[in-house]
Design a protein around this ligand. Structure first.
Ligand code: DAK
Length: 272
């Protein structure tokens, strides 16, 4: 079961990195991207971060793709963290550089991605793996999932925005405890804390993630981009101005006209 995927259908390997697999279905308008290092519980290394970053750039440009699902190969782990074997050799300068680079290449890119990104958490989401899930816009977890930021137990702290995002998504109080105790929590507790949007049995995870993606695909792509930008500004001082600016820009889009016309004509909108 190590190499199985929870998603059906054919997957392609990324052209230069076999640790990354993908599937797009132009009918569903959703790209599914899988981290494929099941023997290492899908631990993230530098090459993967770079390949995933480049691949996301392609997906962002592809107008036929409206949403992305990120998950891991196998039924045990989403991503069990950054690759410990790789980062154990880094020094202060390298880690400073790699932390900023990783944020710029991947974690911030997902946070500010113009299309909804859904994490389908199929098992362990630890350290950098949970930070990857936290960067996604919506999280759905299987009932066997285990989530945590155990970096302090390795003599580190989270380095891909975990100290910033976890307190925003749950609360500062609980984030403090999770990080300071390196506690790993199960799917049910994650749901209770609002860390994930849904938990489902593992064999229903792909269906649930695709169902959420399909709802996201039905809205105007400009609305998706604007909503992500405005919601991401909710903790900044100019969040209200960003909302107003993004809101007004949408009045110039053909999809706004289509949305309103469809409502008045009592039909489903056809956004493009
Ligand atoms: N990195 C590398 N290999 C990993 C790994 C990881 N994060 N997690 C698991 N593996 C490997 C194991 O070494 C093992 O490999 P072999 O011994 O078979 O060669 C294989 O995956 C299967 O793991 P286990 O045998 O341990 O499996 P178990 O079911 O017994 O245990 C587990 C599952 C998830 C409880 C356990 O594997 C575990 O505790 N894994 C480590 C979890 C963890 O601490 N993750 C890292 C958090 S720290 C940075 C930025 C960010 C970060 C670092 C640097 N810079 C910018 C420089 C972030 C750091 C983190 O993510």
């Amino acid at each position: 079961m190590e190499n199985s995927t929870i998603f059906s259908g054919e997957f392609n390997f990324h052209s230069t990195n076999k640790d990354l697999m993908f599937q797009y279905n132009l009918d569903t308008k959703t790209a599914i991207v899988l981290i494929n290092r099941p023997k290492q519980l899908n631990a993230l290394n530098r090459d993967l971060i770079e390949s995933l970053s480049n691949f996301l750039n392609q997906l962002e440009k592809n107008k036929k793709i409206r949403s992305i699902i990120i998950s891991g190969v196998g039924n045990k782990s989403f991503v069990a963290g950054a690759d410990i074997k790789e980062f154990k050799k880094f020094n202060k300068e390298e880690s400073l550089h790699l932390s900023s680079l990783g944020k710029e290449q991947l974690f911030n890119k997902i946070t500010h991605f113009s299309k909804p990104v859904i994490a389908a958490i199929n098992g362990y989401a630890l350290g950098g793996g949970l930070e990857l899930a936290l960067a996604c816009h919506i999280r759905v977890a299987s009932e066997n999932a285990k989530l945590g930021l155990p970096e302090c137990s390795l003599g580190l702290i989270p380095g891909y925005s975990g100290t910033q995002k976890l307190p925003q998504i749950i609360s500062k109080n609980i984030a403090m405890e999770m990080i300071l105790t390196s506690k790993i929590i199960d799917a049910q507790k994650s749901l209770q804390l609002g860390l994930v949007n849904y938990t489902v049995p593992l064999n229903e995870l792909s269906t649930k993630a695709l169902e959420i993606a399909s709802l996201c695909n039905a809205i105007s792509p400009e609305s998706a981009r604007a909503a992500i930008k405005a919601i991401n500004s909710c903790y900044s001082q100019n969040g209200e101005e960003i909302e107003t600016e993004e809101f007004s820009k949408l009045f110039e889009t053909s999809n706004f006209k289509e949305g309103v016309s469809a409502f008045l004509e009592k039909r489903q909108p056809n956004f493009n």
